[in-house]
Design a protein around this ligand. Structure first.
Ligand code: G4P
Length: 532
């Protein structure tokens, strides 16, 4: 193919793609909505087959036993499906709050997010935290108010809460008619259509009943007293809420809001229609050279945002998830791993369908491919077709929980360290080695990660380890002028450690201690996040 036709082909593929993730508080309905999205994407015949929670379908590896036992999703998988004339990539984010680091990094690999809110509960903690992360890149957000088949809170009040708490303007696209037992359907403000809800159709794509025009008498026939109430409400909504504005949406300042029920599979299609119409195609990504790489650039580039071990017990390898930023992946192509400067030939990249593996022949910007890896790839690695730039903005977050890790058999110190360093490269936890002792400190963002680490050390590295409490409140990565840092290193040695990547870290026993250190050493920067 000529260069011109390759460029054309890439542009065509880029324009089709929408890469997004779902952010929500646990139990808001992320799993259910994922299932319904796949149903609409015709990836599954009948909803109810994706969810591994109870059906036990996704016991893909040893350590995922834990996931099953606890009924939470540890894995981040990637699902690709066509919808209308678009190709959608949905990156599943671990929902449980204990897995926030992985979730955060997954959010660096998407171009938009779907925020799912339980209509009875409103904005919950986890959603607030995740929104903070999407703010780092002003990611456009689409909102789905879920569980309309239950009695929800007043819809206007819900929108107010989103605006107040999450500091984003709301533009309702659909408006609910009743809720709970009285849930009748939604009115689509942009299409001027009422779409009627039928119960008991949640497992399949429904034949929808649509009434055109809000003044249509058929509405009164079908809805009775609810028709007049709807008209009044819509008048109120039109007066009181923001109109949809695509520019503001793309800037992350306004979110289109849809109402529905994931369980009843109602409204999910409206949301998907909005997503493919408005959500951005694969976006440029910043590099350390200051210039962003655009998705229609024909030279291949991408970055690794996640590494996962043992996705399949028969392959005891690790898979690096790479988001393609520009160019085209073709089976057997050579790529440059910028950090090591080495060229690698990739003949067996993977694509994912809800945990199943398949080999890809070609992939485009916005797509995620899985690279096999025996410990040579790290989170944050950039791959290019030869250039030396690195993508920036893939963060490590300062852990909030710390434990000292100890071996039951002291002879296995080397394996322990190797295991911990590898697990920290994956981003499962962070490991710190104090400058003045032989302790090993494990830091995590959530408490469950500690269990995962001990479990994986045992099954993958044959090391029996246990935790002891340690008096550490927080950690900060340290940087600054080389001379100042050297001086600081001598003076504050007792509080300093090296992380898995040998970066200097300040380990504070209390928050007060940290504030004092920050005051005493104004030339030193104490960072809460570290970029790979
Ligand atoms: P999550 O991934 O965000 O944690 O939520 P998930 O989809 O697992 O949903 C949490 C619970 O909420 C599930 O019930 C699910 O069936 C229910 N749910 C999701 N969407 C709706 C909805 O639109 N309406 C109603 N009424 N419920 C909804 P569960 O009892 O915890 O699990 P299960 O027994 O259904 O598997």
């Amino acid at each position: 193919m000529s260069d011109v036709s390759v460029a054309k082909q890439i542009k065509h593929e880029v324009d089709k793609r929408r890469t997004f993730a779902i952010i929500s508080h646990p139990d808001a309905g992320k799993t259910t909505i994922t299932e319904k999205v796949l149903l609409h994407g015709q990836q599954i015949q009948k909803a109810g087959t994706v969810k591994g929670k109870k059906s036990g379908q996704h016991a893909k590896s040893d350590w995922m036993e834990m996931e099953q036992e606890r009924g939470i999703s540890v894995t981040t998988s990637v699902m690709q499906f066509p919808y209308h004339s678009s190709l959608v990539n949905l990156l599943d984010t671990p929902g449980h709050e204990d897995f926030s680091e992985d979730t955060y990094r997954t959010l660096t690999a998407v171009d938009s997010c779907l925020m799912v809110i339980d209509g009875a509960k409103g904005v919950e903690d986890r959603t607030i935290k995740l929104m903070e992360v999407t703010r780092l890149r002003d990611t456009p957000i689409i909102t789905f108010m879920n569980k309309l088949d239950r009695d929800i809170r007043d819809p206007l009040e819900l929108l107010d809460e989103v605006e107040d708490v999450l500091k984003i303007m709301c533009a309702p696209i659909t408006w609910p008619i009743g809720s709970g037992k009285n849930f009748k359907g939604v009115y689509h403000l942009l299409r001027d259509e009422t779409i009627l809800y039928k119960t008991g159709q949640g497992h399949t794509i429904q034949n929808i009943d649509v009434i055109k025009g809000i003044d249509n008498p058929e509405l009164d026939e079908r809805l009775g007293v609810w028709a007049e109430e709807l008209r009044e409400q819509i008048e109120l909504v039109n007066g009181a809420s923001n109109a949809f504005d695509k520019e503001l949406f793309l800037a992350g300042e306004l979110t289109p809001v849809f109402f529905g029920t994931a369980l009843g599979n109602f409204g999910v299609d409206h949301m998907l229609d909005g997503l493919v119409e408005w959500a951005p195609k694969p976006q440029p990504r910043e590099t350390d050279e200051g210039e962003a790489v655009a998705s229609d650039n024909s030279d291949f580039s991408g970055f690794v945002f996640k590494i996962q071990a043992n996705m399949d017990p028969r392959h005891r390898d690790r898979v690096a998830f790479l988001r393609i930023v520009s160019g085209k992946y073709e089976k057997g192509m050579k790529m440059k791993q910028v950090r090591t400067g080495k060229d690698v030939r990739i003949s067996d990249a993977l694509t994912f369908l809800a945990g199943d593996r398949a080999h890809v022949e070609e992939a485009y910007p916005g797509d995620i491919i899985g690279l096999h890896n025996h410990g040579t790839i790290q989170i944050g690695d950039t791959f290019t077709s030869g250039s030396d730039f690195k993508f920036s903005g893939i963060p490590n977050f300062a852990p909030e929980l710390f434990r000292r890790i100890r071996l039951k058999d002291p002879l296995k110190q080397k394996q322990l360290l190797k295991g911990l360093v590898q697990l920290s490269e994956e981003g499962a936890v962070q490991v710190f080695r104090p400058l003045i002792s032989n302790d090993l400190i494990v830091g995590a963002v959530g408490v469950l990660q500690f269990d995962v680490v001990v479990h994986r050390l045992k099954t993958e590295y044959k090391v029996d380890a246990m935790y002891e409490n340690i008096n550490v409140a927080t950690a900060r990565w340290v940087s600054g002028d080389e001379r100042k840092v050297d001086e600081f290193r001598r003076k504050a040695e007792a509080n300093l450690a090296l992380d898995g990547g040998d970066n200097l870290t300040y380990i504070a026993p209390t928050m007060v201690n940290l504030s004092l250190a920050e005051e005493r050493y104004p030339d030193i920067t104490f960072s809460h996040t570290r970029e790979h």
